[in-house]
Design a binder for this molecule. Structure first.
Ligand code: PRT
Ligand code: ZN
Length: 299
């Protein structure tokens, strides 16, 4: 096996992004000789291997060129980027695309009885977080004089332990904050899983593989959000109906046999089609509406 021209992708070994990251690769048509005990899964049908690691290690592996690509939370990417920037260093990796899983946000949260209701009251407080550089950057942008207190885990316990006055941590459902009597004050960063790439040079073979893989990934992500919509529309309401279709540029308009005042409209909607959208289309005169899944897409 010529390892020089194989592309390596770092993904989380176990945790919240692990299943979705591997599933994305499989949907891109990759097959691996997988072995749950091994850290490298070798690609069988393309020269693309997966490296299974802790999420915190992924930006570093991409930066040093051990892996050309990595899938990791936007929060981890941003923390590492800012850490490097504060050290006066180049990050060594760059964003390729946002993915459609791992959504959460980093928020400042306060104990319910602290009497803090506005970010303006944060001066002089201590804020526990695992994201000190993101927090520092946010505080600087807001000209707030609070002190980040770095913790590697169980951040939500910090106020009760007397280690800090408030916290800055990831939130998805909000259940952890509620269970610890903490109220969200402000969002510091919205995050989703991301694909990042190294900024180091690579051979043509690897560059070609990277291009193929990222194109397929874009297709998979787009397809998951896309729907093919078919409907009948009064010719007079065509402009209004086209405007209501989410994420559509130019729908196909087909005339209906023996029906001059109506047309059929076919469109790929690149954003989620809600029931509310269909109700609005119906109010605008649309009828016979069908919303179908899209199997594959290549721009
Ligand atoms: O072992 P390894 O180091 O690889 O994993 P890890 O334990 O550091 O990370 P993991 O698997 O917990 O999270 C991986 C990534 O998932 C994070 O970097 C985020 O990008 C994303 N993600 C999405 C989350 C959450 N949602 C999330 N809710 N990461 C952590 N949480 C934690 C949060 O820190 C808090 O403790 O869940 C709790 C809050 O959840 P709710 O639902 O109660 O609000
Ligand atoms: Zn981690």
């Amino acid at each position: 096996m010529n390892t020089e021209s194989r592309l390596r992708v770092a993904v989380q070994k176990s945790g919240r992004l692990a299943d979705n990251s591997r599933d994305l690769m499989v949907r891109c048509g990759l097959r691996f000789s997988r072995d749950d005990d091994r850290l490298i899964w070798a690609g069988e049908n393309l020269a693309i291997d997966l490296l299974l690691v802790r999420d915190d290690d992924i930006p570093g592996l991409v930066e040093e060129g051990t892996c050309e690509l990595g899938i990791v939370g936007g929060n981890v990417v941003e923390e590492r980027r800012l850490e490097r920037v504060y050290q006066g260093l180049d990050p060594g990796f760059e964003d390729v695309m946002k993915l459609d899983f791992g959504a959460c946000h980093l928020a400042v949260a306060v104990p319910r009885d602290a009497g803090i209701v506005d970010a303006g009251q944060l001066d002089g407080t201590r804020i526990a977080t695992s994201y000190p550089h993101i927090l520092r950057s946010w505080l600087e942008r807001r000209s707030l004089k609070a002190q980040p207190v770095t913790m590697s885990g169980s951040v939500e316990l910090a106020p009760r332990l007397g280690k800090a006055d408030l916290i800055c941590d990831l939130v998805s459902t909000g259940a952890t904050l509620a269970a610890n009597d903490l109220d969200e004050l402000e969002t510091v960063l919205d995050s989703r899983a991301m694909l990042i790439r190294t900024t180091r040079d690579m051979c043509d073979a690897r560059r070609d593989l990277m291009h193929r893989l990222t194109q397929r990934m874009e297709g998979v992500v787009q397809v998951r959000e896309s729907k093919y919509v078919m409907l009948h529309a009064p010719r007079a309401a065509l402009a209004e109906i086209t405007n209501l279709l989410p994420g559509t540029e130019a729908p196909t308009v087909v005339s209906l046999e023996g029906c001059d005042d109506k047309v059929a409209v076919h469109a790929v909607c690149n954003e989620y089609v809600f029931w509310e959208t269909l109700e609005a289309l119906k109010s605008a005169g649309a009828s016979s509406m069908l919303v179908l899944p899209v199997e594959k897409m290549l721009a």
